[in-house]
Design a protein around this ligand. Sequence first.
Ligand code: GAP
Length: 419
Amino acid sequence: MVTLEKIVSLAKRRGFVYPGSEIYGGLAGVWDLGPLGVELTHNIKDLWWEHFVRNHDEMYGLQSSVLMPEPVWKASGHVEGFTDPLVECKKCRKRFKEDDFTGKKCPECGGELSKPKQFNMMFKTEDAYLRPEIAQGMFVNFKNVLDTMHPAFPFGIAQIGRAFRNEISPREFIFRVREFDLMEFEYFVREPEWKKHFEKWRKEIWSWIENVGIDKKKVHEFEVPKKERAHYSERTVDFEFDYPFGRKELYGLAYRGDYDLKRHIEHSGVDLRYTDPVSGEKFIPHVVEPTFGLGRTLLAVLLSVYREDGDRVFLSLPSKISPYKAAVFPLLANKPELVKLARSIYDDLKKDFVVAWDNRGNIGKRYYSQDEIGTPYCITVDFESLEDKSVTVRDRDSAKQTRVKIGELSKYLEEKLKS
Ligand code: GAP
């Protein structure tokens, strides 16, 4: 059975996720991606970009800055409204989440705790804030996109980027952290049509969940009640996942109305209305916003594809996101003729696929490690290969082995990876 401990341990052992600044004892709510984690999340981001941006002619990409000045956050309502209720120790000044510590003494020094107060969750520098959401980058660039791309209506602006939140009790591995990547778009619509677009993107979120390999049975929609919604939202549906620590938010779909553009018009004095090219009518677009945390995607994917088969552990990752598509081994690392042939196969396959080379330990160990990082196919060059010009290809999920001619290997993999 999959547990969070097993995922945390595999992620560390196999180079997916490391604690941030670990040699200095780490920093709460900060995690680093290792070599395999970077490959996997690159693949997830590419797949998301293809799913939501490249497949939609009306979607425009953006990469806006992490640092944004205070007026942006005053206009967006975050300076005032992006808060968490916390209690503070009157003696040592440490802060804790209200719900964890109501009625208790300070766990650090035993001091008395204050009544709950609202504390802002944004990180501030001298003259700017580290953005707590990437959405404002889309709103402040709305006019730039209009003026340069002349989009027809409706249209979206999408980006993938880093956000920062001063979470006072980061927890559950990469679920709640202080620095994370978001994949998100603002979809600009006419007010009377927002419900239609909301439903369309709701369905598309489900199709993404399937596309990326998250177990649909573990995902549930939750209609967020008014008092729990963000200050800008008129309606939010959360997509929750059954994590080992409970059912919690994975993604969100919000109807932001015309809140953001209206506030930026008021605060900046710039006209951010859309002009209908046919009728000349000017109006403030309304916004439907699907949002996807990258770290939570990674966690939900790992929890969905983790398999145990006796002693064997493998990640049944969809091959489109697996870090490697295949691994190539010489059966024995100390036989130059095997190494030479295996190396030439590896060099050849590398031209078309992301492949791994492994000649450490025995063949069983190599299968074990490739299984744990979710490599769909392992290719072994043995003594017979020198004679029959064939190799053994082992399928990760079934562990079945097939002999394939070296000359047909590339085509074989291409076909298999497509299915
Ligand atoms: N622009 C809308 C927005 O930022 P949000 O619900 O505050 O909405 C979006 O955050 C997504 O970011 C969430 O659905 C979740 O996937 C992820 N997320 C939020 N807080 C997070 C945290 N502290 N650590 C990791 N991921 C987080």
